[in-house]
Write a protein that binds this ligand. Structure first.
Ligand code: NAD
Ligand code: GLY
Length: 364
């Protein structure tokens, strides 16, 4: 399959997204974006043994000096201690302002690495090499970087765009099935918020995606990145439409922190959270019941949870109150008017929200 190049248009901070097979073995695109012949490659204990040597060998062959920084794996480590360990490594190796930080891994490595790049010496060049489906379709694109706080998901961070996103689709071969499914949740999200035809395609091709059919995966990644690039180009800092990318996330982030970071995967929480958003949209008379069932069936076909855990209505509301979309103390939610048409609103029925949180969570 030929490599596809998309562009995130952000004036002087524009950058390419390369999507193709075997890209981590080809150093040319990375070399073209380096400010000096020094990089720090941040990865984790799972991705490192699989891909770090292969990736670094290619760039070192061109005289680039590479510092390797290997983090513990997991959402539970997306915190200050891990971030600080990146700074420790960069400082100990005397990395400079022109040293490029390269994040090689999933969304956790990308979010921590991006935040480290945004803040080390007030900002150093940054490249994303995403190796999970979720990171290839969503987290590596758009410049959101963050760590978690015990009181809320991704609460500490920065908008900081990479100079290049290099998505090697062949790395998905080694991805555990549960992680593949979690990534599909974010793919479905693009269909739900802005592309009903893509939802039709996903329904027709879910079996191929789960079987890791290369052509189907490549199409899903390219289509998702096209959507993400367009949304980010129109609203980099989430003043308006970028918030739509948060469908299911206000509920989902509450699930992730409520059950303890790492117990539910981000994509799983987004799937169950999107069903709650659809339920509320339906009870408010906007979305047809049949559409809610279609959404549920699509997530189920992707082996994703469609019922959020029972945290209790009060706990949900408390956690949702920490959402970054909260404005003047009011929670704002992404809801659906139809499949492929989302909107953000603070004008929802709080009684209905409580009803949804009470009746549509737990073992039912
Ligand atoms: P992850 O980074 O934890 O990766 C999932 C697991 O797969 C990890 O165990 C990882 O080590 C492993 N892994 C990664 N690549 C692999 C490969 N090729 N083969 C085998 N194993 C591999 O999780 P994720 O789903 O990639 O990302 C979730 C994170 O992304 C969350 O913290 C979420 O908040 C964040 N996120 C950020 C944005 C954004 O815009 N910045 C968007 C969506 C999600
Ligand atoms: N994943 C949501 C965003 O990038 O805005």
């Amino acid at each position: 399959m030929p490599t596809r190049t998309l562009n995130v248009s952000l004036a002087e901070r524009s950058y390419p997204i390369l999507i193709g097979e075997g890209l981590i073995d080809d150093p040319r695109s990375v070399l073209a974006h380096l400010a000096q012949k020094r990089v720090a490659v941040v990865t984790n204990t799972t991705v490192g043994p699989l891909y770090l040597r292969r990736f670094v060998r290619g760039i070192e062959a061109h005289g680039v000096q590479a510092l390797e920084v290997v983090l513990p794996d997991g959402e539970a480590h997306k915190n200050w201690q891990t971030l600080n360990s990146v700074f420790d490594a960069l400082l100990a190796a005397r990395c400079e302002r022109a040293t490029t930080l390269i994040a090689l891994g999933g969304g956790v490595v990308g979010d921590i690495g991006g935040f480290a790049a945004a803040t080390y010496q007030r900002g150093i060049p940054f490249i994303q090499v995403p190796t999970t489906l979720l990171a290839q379709v969503d987290s590596s694109v758009g410049g959101k970087t963050a760590i978690n706080h015990p009181l809320g998901k991704n609460m500490i961070g920065a908008f900081y765009q990479p100079r290049l996103v290099l998505a090697d689709t062949a790395t998905l071969d080694s991805l555990p099935e549960r992680e593949l499914c979690a990534g599909i949740a974010e793919v479905v999200k693009y269909g739900l918020i802005r592309d009903a035809a893509f939802l039709d395609w996903l329904e027709a091709n879910m079996t191929r995606l789960l079987a890791r059919d290369r052509e189907a995966l490549a199409y899903a990644i390219v289509r998702s990145c096209e959507h993400k690039a367009e949304v980010v180009a129109g609203d980099e800092r989430e003043a308006a439409d970028r918030a739509l990318l948060n469908l299911g996330h206000t509920f989902g982030h509450a699930i992730e922190s409520g059950v303890g970071y790492g117990a539910w995967l981000h994509g799983e929480a987004v799937a169950a959270g999107s069903v709650l958003a659809a339920e509320l949209s339906c009870r408010m008379g906007m979305l047809a019941r049949a559409d809610v069932e279609r959404i549920r069936a699509l997530f189920q076909a992707a082996h994703l949870p469609t019922r959020a855990p029972a945290l209790g209505v009060e706990r949900y509301l408390e956690l949702m109150g920490h959402d970054k979309k909260v404005r003047a103390g009011r929670v704002r939610l992404v809801l659906l008017r139809a499949l492929g048409a989302a909107f953000v609103t603070a004008e929802f029925s709080h009684d209905m929200l409580a009803e949804v949180l009470s009746h549509c969570t737990g073992n039912g």
